[in-house]
Design a protein around this ligand. Structure first.
Ligand code: HSE
Length: 318
């Protein structure tokens, strides 16, 4: 058996877009831009961190590093002492833009811990989602980051659960990423603590419809992405995002705030429509919004041991 002190694990996790309009804190979509890292367990208890790519200037290289904290949290959760760590990360996911970069870091951490603990402790998919949610606070980003596809996430008796769905191939995502960032805690602080029954019913209907639109009937995406719970309340914190969502929706594109913003996700009903959305966004803005033509990632996060390439640890695909 290979011990944790000798292992290197390669991890790859996708970006995610949470909420998808009405599915606040519940729905999420994995998208084809990735963070990749190599994590080595060190016998001497040291912590070495190298980061390149998006957000690398702001990311700490000490004990507060989110992936290192997550790995240690997982080891402690299964009663093991965490080893020293060398983490070499290449961040492709835009940082602080509403594309699940912190959820991806947490997902990467739990997958790395699973790989490093292989043969010593078992972390099931339910454990991975629970541990990741404990650290991230809500499961809507970590579920698609771990398992891929479109995910519905909910909590039952305090335990986060997920259901993965395949997205209709007629759905073509494009994300518009601005130069500025937004903190999730700020975006959450402006939300109302209570909502009316009318608005709750509105969002229940649209969330249910959205599952049908994304899996069977992309022609329903406009109605299905409408929301009354969070986006309008957040407009004060990100007026440019709100204005561009409005401009795109006025032209018939299913545009929503991606996660807590400030990026925008458009769920176009076909690749041609996606190009039209790019033109509309270019006309409506000043060049500081960057389109990313993405695919839905169906695989989710993966971890692969480099010692002898025996291990492949994707999400369960359920
Ligand atoms: N559901 C979360 C929110 C996603 O909108 O605040 C951000 O992590």
């Amino acid at each position: 058996m290979v011990g944790a002190g000798e292992r290197t694990v390669h991890v790859r996790v996708p970006a995610t877009s949470a909420n998808l309009g009405p599915g606040f804190d519940t729905l999420g979509l994995a998208l084809s831009v990735y963070d990749e890292l190599e994590v080595t367990a060190l016998a001497d208890g040291a912590l070495e961190i190298e980061v390149t790519g998006s957000g690398s200037e702001e990311i700490p290289r000490d004990e507060s590093h989110l992936i290192a904290r997550t790995i240690r949290y997982c080891f402690e959760a299964v009663g093991h002492r965490a080893p020293g760590l060398r983490i070499v990360a290449r961040n492709g996911i835009p940082h602080g833009k509403g594309l699940g970069s912190s959820g991806a870091a947490v997902a990467a951490g739990v997958l790395a811990a699973k790989g490093l603990l292989q043969g010593e402790a078992e972390l099931t998919d339910t454990d991975l989602l629970r541990l990741a949610t404990e650290l991230e606070g809500h499961p809507d980003n970590v579920a698609p980051a771990l398992f891929g596809g479109l995910t519905i996430a909910w909590t039952e008796n305090g335990v986060p659960q997920h259901k993965k769905l395949l997205v209709h191939r007629g759905v073509a995502p494009v994300v518009f990423v601005p130069d500025h960032t937004m903190s999730t805690s700020r975006a959450r602080s402006v939300l109302d603590p209570e909502v009316s029954r009318e608005d709750a019913v509105f969002n229940v209907s649209r969330s249910a419809l959205l599952i049908a639109a994304l899996t069977q009937s992309p022609d329903l995406l406009m109605s299905a992405t409408d929301d009354r719970l969070h986006q309008e309340r957040r407009a004060q914190a990100m007026p440019e995002t709100f204005a561009l969502v409005g401009a795109l929706r006025a032209r018939g594109f299913a545009a929503v705030v991606s996660g807590a913003g400030p990026s925008i996700l458009v769920l176009a009903d076909g690749p041609g429509r996606r190009l039209e959305a790019v033109d509309v966004a270019a006309e409506a803005t000043d060049g500081s919004w960057h389109p990313l033509m993405l695919a839905v990632d169906f695989l989710g996060g993966t971890a692969r041991e480099s010692v002898d390439a025996r291990m492949e640890i994707p999400g369960d695909g359920s």
